[in-house]
Write a new protein. Structure first.
Length: 319
């Protein structure tokens, strides 16, 4: 057993422990996960085999998936929390205690860390949800990456060749940009989208300047709106901060809402892309009612949405 790795040992009721390693001079942790027979411990370091930290994490994830267990090391726990919040929208502490087989106090510390990073927040009734309104662009880009790519591919396939597009800033719109094939004219306020197209000979690129928002990586403000009003587009493709069946599309920042409204006013077709995390929410600044949206692209059906006669719903479901 001393020289074999990876190995697991089923134990009745262990908690997270650490030990001092004379070889590395560091304290090393043991990772535990609940099973039907008790708890399963996976060594955080192979006894005789030097291996990188990243490689260990990858191998332990494979072991956990194969054995049907959940690794509850702090980093893996927090990654799991983000994944489950992305899928369900919100969860309670009691649900997480059952799933991860750790104490409520441990989970509260994890969630406190996520709150400090601007990734999660406590809702009424004690539920935990992602804090999308203040999450920066880098963190948003990590959420539902595969889902956004499915939406992006579906949207790009519907765009007629030779179109002029307004592309809003946002991670889902960036996914649309990843699938766009020219010839096309792209007008955008997003630096990330502009960088994506910067070396593309088949794309005529227009980047609208203005006041730089380093958190969201976009240009906004009066100067941006003034520049935008000089152009016209066949299709405006907008991302959603929040989408409500009755209250429509809204934004968390006034400057962002103004740019979105200007794009809608200067385009013939209005397309909106959103994942399920944006549904049934409302932010302070109104952009448009759903009746003003011609094509709505989602990743799953939206039960609250009523047929308004003008919005065509498109679902990019998992195949």
């Amino acid at each position: 057993m001393a020289n074999s790795w990876p190995y697991t040992t089923c134990l009745p009721d262990f908690k997270y422990r650490s030990r001092y390693s004379a070889r590395s001079g560091l304290r090393e942790g043991l990772l535990f996960a609940g099973t039907k027979r008790g708890s399963c411990v996976v060594s955080a370091r192979p006894p005789m085999l030097p291996i990188s930290f990243c490689a260990k994490c990858c191998i332990m994830r494979v072991i956990a998936a194969f054995c049907g267990v959940i690794i509850v090391h702090k980093t893996a726990r927090q990654k799991y929390l983000i994944d489950i919040l992305s899928e369900k929208g919100q969860v309670t502490i009691s649900e997480l205690v059952d799933k991860l087989q750790v104490s409520a106090d441990t989970l509260r510390r994890d969630l406190s860390d996520l709150e400090k990073q601007g990734l999660a927040q406590k809702n009424h009734g004690g539920a935990i949800a992602l804090n999308l309104s203040i999450m920066n662009r880098q963190n948003r880009n990590t959420l539902l990456a595969d889902t956004k790519q499915r939406i992006g591919k579906m949207v790009a396939e519907k765009i007629p060749g030779g179109s002029t597009l307004f592309l809003d800033a946002g991670s889902t719109v960036l996914a649309v940009a990843a699938w766009i094939q020219g010839p096309m004219t792209v007008i955008t306020t997003s630096l990330d989208i502009a960088q994506h197209f910067s070396d593309r000979a088949d794309i005529e690129l227009i980047l609208l300047g203005g006041k730089w928002d380093r958190q969201q990586r976009l240009f906004a403000g009066n100067a941006t709106v003034s520049l935008l009003e000089r152009y016209r587009a066949d299709i405006a493709i907008l991302g959603a901060c929040a989408l409500h069946a009755d209250l429509g599309l809204s934004a968390s920042q006034e400057a962002d809402a103004e740019v979105k409204r200007a794009m809608l006013a200067a385009s013939a077709e209005h397309w909106l892309v959103a994942d399920h995390l944006k549904l049934n929410h409302c932010e302070p600044w109104l952009v448009a009612g759903l009746a003003d949206i011609h094509q709505l692209f989602l990743d799953r059906p939206w039960e609250e949405l009523q047929d308004n006669g003008s919005t065509q719903l498109n679902i990019a479901e998992t195949k």
